[in-house]
Design a binder for this molecule. Structure first.
Ligand SMILES: CC(C)(COP(=O)(O)OP(=O)(O)OC[C@H]1O[C@@H](n2cnc3c(N)ncnc32)[C@H](O)[C@@H]1OP(=O)(O)O)[C@@H](O)C(=O)NCCC(=O)NCCS
Length: 335
């Protein structure tokens, strides 16, 4: 079936045992994308321990064949998950260009577990090869220089654990991982990391102008893992900060969308996301009386005014809002 919006080409990279195929399978299972795992094709055709002399040639031929098919699928509007290692920067660049020429948007993920963890997974997999190759410790060590991890400019989103990605039909947060929702299938929300700091400072007009200590606020929120970013078509378009500094209650301390991305419901998606993560019965937030868009959003999301605070911004009181987001915690929230 053809997507109304551009198809997505998911590119997954990481070293041996990083969890690439696990992640690719998850995306395939939980989205409309078709998965192309190169090792699976090669082992199916040539076995799980093919002769070294002809290996590169065979792998290359299979890769070319696979490419023909995923390009045809993209051309027909289908999403694809590309799990072919992508160890070299040049191959990643080449595939991005091909996918974009086929009309797709590209979304890249890099898996970076510790070396111990990757080797542990290889050892485990060696005991039951299922579409993957036998990897000796020597191979694991020798191949390392061939992997060029993507640098920041390539836009690959880092993921610690393949289970942290959740391509769900509804918003279903999973620890600090990625979340997608069907209502806005092209929007992804994930925990912010240090690499996001310059982007957030740039998209937030107050931080860009270096006012109100906003830069420090962003840095601290990221350090404390309180900040989450919304990504649309590879671009960070907004952020939300959830903390518990307000009388120990869940509090949306900041919700900010880049100019050009407001008024499209993205703020609502970020609110849904933090509501699902909030640990307290009630979730609070506040905004100035002059901030009509935020007030409209609060009303849409079922927040009730809890009172006004004067004397913060002269002549522009702060309205405090509250919503009961965790009915199961009724009784725990008494102050
Ligand atoms: C306030 C904010 C988070 C709302 O998020 P959002 O994704 O724009 O929310 P919505 O798309 O649901 O829009 C909310 C309302 O504001 C209107 N709106 C907001 N920005 C708009 C814009 N630039 N153009 C047109 N309409 C806009 C929407 O039309 C909508 O009104 P409606 O329900 O009558 O249609 C966002 O506008 C923003 O980032 N503003 C700057 C930062 C800020 O003020 N944050 C809140 C205080 S912490």
């Amino acid at each position: 079936m053809k997507n109304p919006s551009p198809p997505i080409a998911y590119l997954i990279t990481g070293y041996l045992g990083a969890g690439k195929t696990t992640l690719a399978k998850r995306i395939e299972a939980e989205s409309a994308a078709v998965r192309f795992s190169l090792d699976e094709w090669v082992t199916h055709l040539f076995g799980d321990d093919p002769p070294v002399e002809t290996f590169d040639d065979k792998r290359e031929r299979v890769r070319e064949l696979m490419q023909r098919y995923w390009l045809r699928l993209l051309g027909k509007g289908c999403d694809v998950v590309l799990d072919e290692g992508f160890w070299s920067r040049s191959r990643r660049g080449e595939v991005k260009t091909l996918a974009r020429e086929a009309g797709a948007v590209v979304r890249g993920y890099v898996l970076n577990p510790s070396e111990d963890e990757m080797w542990r997974r290889c050892e485990k997999r060696n005991r039951r090869l299922d579409g993957s190759f036998f990897i000796s410790r020597n191979t694991f060590d020798v191949l390392k220089p061939r992997y060029e991890p993507p640098d920041e400019s390539e836009g690959f989103v880092p993921i610690d654990n393949p289970l942290d990605l959740n391509v769900a039909h509804n918003l279903r947060p999973h620890r600090d991982g990625q979340v997608m929702s069907a209502q806005t299938p092209r929007l992804m929300i994930r925990a912010a990391n240090q690499a996001d700091i310059p982007t957030l400072i740039d998209l937030d007009n107050i931080a860009r102008a270096d006012r109100e200590g906003r830069r420090d606020f962003i840095r601290t929120a990221i350090e404390k893992r309180e900040c989450h970013v919304a990504i649309s078509f590879d671009e960070v378009v907004g952020y939300v900060v959830l903390n518990y500094h307000f009388y120990g209650q869940g509090f949306i301390d900041m919700l900010y969308l880049k100019d050009g991305f407001r008024g499209q419901g993205i703020g609502g998606r970020l609110v849904d996301y933090v509501e699902a993560r909030c640990r307290t019965l009630k979730l609070f937030t506040s905004t100035n009386v002059s901030n009509q868009p935020m007030q409209k959003l609060m009303a849409k999301k079922g927040y009730e005014p809890s009172g006004e605070i004067h004397n913060l911004d002269e002549g522009d009181p702060e309205i405090v809002y509250c919503k009961y987001v965790n009915p199961s915690k009724q009784g725990e929230g008494k102050r």
